[in-house]
Write a protein that binds this ligand. Structure first.
Ligand code: ADP
Ligand code: MG
Length: 346
């Protein structure tokens, strides 16, 4: 509805839609500024790049849900797509300008990515106060749904395959200089044995919009806390309303550790504890007890290395991936009644 309304407004205001420059047969990144609006109303400056998708070309279908970034729709744009709508209506004009700049920067990163374990970026719509990102539609379920709703139990080989594909996608992102900042099972789709990671590098713009919606107060969604490395949790001390979280490649590795823990156990670390306790325990370097976790030693070692307290002690994704690849495949998954290769660690 909003999109359609937006496009009608755009046309009635005599908007232009200009694509990037074409030089030497290829489209360049150069930015063009379009000034739209009636002569008697204030003008809105829009910048158009090669990845712009005119809003009126996107047909919105079902509402898929709402997350940090805004509302997500299933849509159609030359095939099935996911449309992430970001609404910054409530933000002041100055704040909107800040959000726009962050959005453009994060989208510029997003569009650099081409990897089979990463969601395909297709384009973006920029029509303040609406911003939208269009990606391929992931058809499978998220790992979150598999593990926490369907309570699916994956065997060791499958866990290894999923973990390896996550490491491949993440290793690629880091090699391109992009931090995910929001790696969690809700952002990992799994279909027919294939992993697709979504929502990389959009954290800053999502956070800015959250702040706008929640009266400048950063709240910590519980599902987010489990993935935060100790060095990030330290930035969340009470009284600091706009923590500048110091994300790094190694904080992404810590988040992967939590994803791996979920794959192994079907739960989150310290799931039954209140948020304050989780913040306290993780900041002190205390790990959840693994006494009842039946898994191969190698997986426990991987988990512990990703959760290392000091960020420089955590491996990078390339190393993790090659380590996972070298582990021998098992004919059968071990059950608790056959704990021959199982360790019970603290
Ligand atoms: P979160 O990641 O916290 O679930 P999002 O805003 O990313 O929040 O997603 C909202 C909903 O849209 C979720 O149900 C998510 O699974 C779904 N979704 C997001 N991106 C895609 C996509 N590319 N394909 C299919 N569904 C998606
Ligand atoms: Mg998401």
């Amino acid at each position: 509805e909003n999109l359609r309304r937006g496009s009608e407004e755009r046309q009635s205001q005599g908007d232009l839609s200009i694509r990037g420059d074409v030089k030497n047969g290829s489209i360049t990144d150069s930015e063009q500024t379009i000034v739209s609006g009636n002569s008697n109303s204030e003008s809105v400056c829009l910048s158009s790049r090669e990845w712009d998708i005119p809003l009126d070309e996107v047909v919105l279908e079902e509402r898929l849900g709402e997350g940090q970034f805004g509302v997500v729709y299933r849509g159609n744009w030359h095939g099935a797509v996911a449309v992430k709508m970001l609404n910054m209506e409530t933000a002041s004009p100055r704040r909107q300008a800040g959000i726009m700049a962050t959005f453009e920067q994060e989208v510029a990163n997003f569009r650099k990515t081409r990897h089979e374990n990463l969601v395909l970026f297709m384009g973006a719509c920029v029509k303040p106060p609406n911003l939208a990102i269009v990606t391929s539609l992931c058809k499978g379920l998220t790992l979150y749904r598999h593990l926490h709703y369907q309570t699916d139990k994956f065997n060791h080989n499958r866990i290894g395959s999923i973990a390896r594909q996550i490491c491949l996608g993440m290793g690629y992102l880091h090699a391109r200089g992009i931090l995910h900042k929001d790696l969690k099972t809700k952002n990992i789709f799994y279909e027919n044995g294939k992993v697709v990671i979504t929502d990389f590098g959009l954290f800053s713009v999502a956070k800015l919009c959250q702040e706008g919606r929640r009266g400048n107060y950063l709240t910590i969604p519980r599902g987010w806390l489990y993935y935060l490395a100790p060095e990030l949790l330290k930035d969340l001390r009470p009284g600091i309303e706009h923590p500048d979280l110091s994300f790094s490649t190694r904080s992404d590795v810590y988040a992967f550790g939590t994803v791996f823990f979920e794959l192994l156990t079907g739960t989150w670390p310290f799931q039954d504890q209140p948020p304050e306790s989780i913040i306290y325990l993780v900041s002190k370097g205390i790990k959840p007890p693994l006494a009842n976790l039946y898994s191969i030693v190698e997986y426990k070692d991987i988990l512990m290395s990703c959760w290392a307290y000091q960020d420089h002690d955590r491996p990078d994704f390339t190393r993790l991936q090659s380590h996972l690849e070298r582990l021998p495949k098992r004919k059968l998954s071990r059950s608790p009644s056959q704990p021959t290769d199982v360790t019970r660690s603290n």
